[in-house]
Ligand binder design. Structure first.
Ligand SMILES: [Zn+2]
Length: 253
């Protein structure tokens, strides 16, 4: 799918090159190479409109791309954010306990919000995040005010990467919960104009399977949480409002 303007800075293809951005960042292939996840990688996804289940083989885990950002954003602040977040995420992806300072949490949450905004362009639903939200991520290096980011841990059977998006619409407003699983790490990003009305905001900090990193905890946050997901409990957690619909995609080995 291609777009003629940058999702983050609004530069158009007339003034700058609109480039492909890896949905899952390319460095993830170095953290979870075929020697770790196995050689037979396929991408599976469910078509939101038809409900059809599709699959195709790929060479590397983090291979999916979407053309939605300009060359300057992709190689500027987005690349810098990837460099900053990688040493923070890598231990968690590999299942090693870690503690995130308030600043670390902000970096992780900003990267997660950036990914949530990019993933929207890979799917065919209208984006939940608005241009102003993406502008805040780009210029202020923080998630928009409606966004909450929680981390969880998983012991999955055969799913090293997964992205599950669930949306809700009400009163002309929308919210989205993106669940992003990378190795042992699960990130849940709830945001959009309707998100503030949801209990995720208040109960998120005390759920035994989640630690909230945005808003950040000043005292630091320890990962993993006290309880770890399996595949079934992860899927059950992707719809915080219990509504219907959604899209699932991700490589399977
Ligand atoms: Zn741009």
């Amino acid at each position: 799918m291609g777009f003629t303007a940058c999702a983050f800075c609004d530069a158009t293809g007339e003034t700058t090159k609109i480039t492909k951005e890896h949905l899952y960042s390319e460095w993830i292939n170095l953290v979870l190479p075929a020697s770790v996840v196995g050689p037979n990688i396929t991408v599976e996804w469910t078509d939101h409109v038809s409900g059809a289940f599709r699959t195709r083989p790929v060479r590397e885990l983090a291979s999916e791309q979407v053309r939605c950002v300009c060359h300057r954003c992709n190689n500027g602040w987005m690349s810098k954010l990837d460099d900053q977040v990688r040493p923070l995420l890598e231990p968690m992806i590999l299942g090693k306990p870690t503690t995130l300072s308030a600043l670390d949490q902000l970096t992780v949450a900003t990267w997660a919000a950036m990914k949530a905004a990019v993933f929207e362009f890979a799917w065919d639903n209208p984006p939940v995040y608005e241009q102003a939200d993406r502008e805040i991520i780009r210029t202020q290096q923080r998630p928009p005010a409606t966004v909450r980011v929680a981390l969880a841990a998983i012991q999955s059977q055969g799913f090293p990467l997964r992205a599950i998006s669930r949306g809700i619409v009400g009163g002309g407003r929308a919210a989205q919960c993106l669940t992003l699983q990378i190795g042992c790490l699960v990130m849940q990003i709830l945001g959009g104009p309707l998100a503030g009305a949801h209990g995720f905001h208040t109960v998120g900090g005390v759920r035994p399977r989640h630690v909230m990193v945005y808003p950040p905890a000043l005292s630091g946050q320890r990962w993993p949480p006290t309880e770890v997901h399996d595949d079934a409990s992860l899927l059950a957690s992707t719809e915080p409002w219990g509504g219907p619909g959604g899209q699932v995609s991700g490589p399977r080995v």
